[in-house]
Design a binder for this molecule. Structure first.
Ligand SMILES: [Zn+2]
Length: 247
């Protein structure tokens, strides 16, 4: 690390759990962020500010006026831009030394097959079950840890998966059948900071997993009810009927 980096990351380095080695690990890390909307916004901001060396951004959408209420890495001036390009500008504003690769397309199997072998972690900020099942299966294939988050209305949830640990449940253990994709922000509305709560925790878990700090929420679904101001933690076990764990 040079003097500028030592200064920029000094409050991280002061943490005994992080220290120089942890910060260097972040600088050397490569993370895929799937979706640069509600959850991807705080995730990309915090991972960039924290000095994750290479961010790979995937989103096929463009910024619309109705996004700006809660997708805080995009501003009014970004309306009409590809979300990945708008997010790249935000990363450069926060921390120009972070390398950014942009894919203005859907996160399909062929793109993920190309990216996963060389990345350290995936943060799922998508909004549908199909992509989460695809991520689950490909992350198992490539033994890549991933952080899952979701939010709608006044509720959110968070859980981490690590296929390198065979005793842990996977996303299909949690959701053997797809839930209702129809209940999304466009149809149900969303209180803006609720996605910030979940996205910020996804970034926190991502940094923990990359550096080996503490205990990521593996196998423990965290649910947040903003109406009550209440968190709950649900312990999950591996589902032996889940086809990912049949030998
Ligand atoms: Zn499973």
């Amino acid at each position: 690390m040079n003097d500028d980096q030592l200064n920029r990351y000094s409050r991280h380095i002061l943490l005994p759990q992080m220290d120089f080695d942890g910060q260097q690990t972040l600088l050397d890390s490569k993370v895929v962020i799937v979706g640069l909307g509600v959850l991807g916004s705080p995730v990309v901001q915090y991972l960039a500010a924290s000095g994750v060396g290479h961010l790979i951004l995937i989103d096929h959408d463009r910024v619309e006026l109705s996004n700006v209420q809660r997708q805080i890495c995009h501003g009014t001036d970004d309306i009409g831009l590809n979300k990945v390009d708008s997010a790249r500008q935000e990363v450069q504003r926060i921390n120009p030394s972070v390398q950014v690769s942009c894919f203005a397309q859907k996160a399909d199997s062929s793109l993920l097959q190309q990216l996963l072998p060389e990345c350290d972690l995936v943060v799922d900020c998508s909004d549908n079950f199909a992509i989460r099942y695809l991520l689950n299966d490909l992350c198992i294939e490539h033994k890549t840890p991933w952080v899952s988050g979701a939010a709608v209305g006044l509720q959110g949830q968070l859980i981490c998966f690590d296929p390198r640990k065979p005793e842990l449940p996977c996303y299909r253990c949690l959701y053997p059948v797809a839930g209702d994709d129809g209940r999304n922000c466009a149809s149900s509305g969303i209180l803006a900071p609720v996605v910030g709560v979940i996205g910020t925790l996804q970034a926190t878990e991502a940094l923990k997993i990359l550096t080996g700090i503490g205990e990521p929420v593996y196998g423990r679904l965290q649910t947040f009810d903003a109406l009550k101001g209440e968190w709950r933690s649900w312990g999950l076990t591996l589902d032996k009927a889940c086809h990912q764990h049949k030998s």
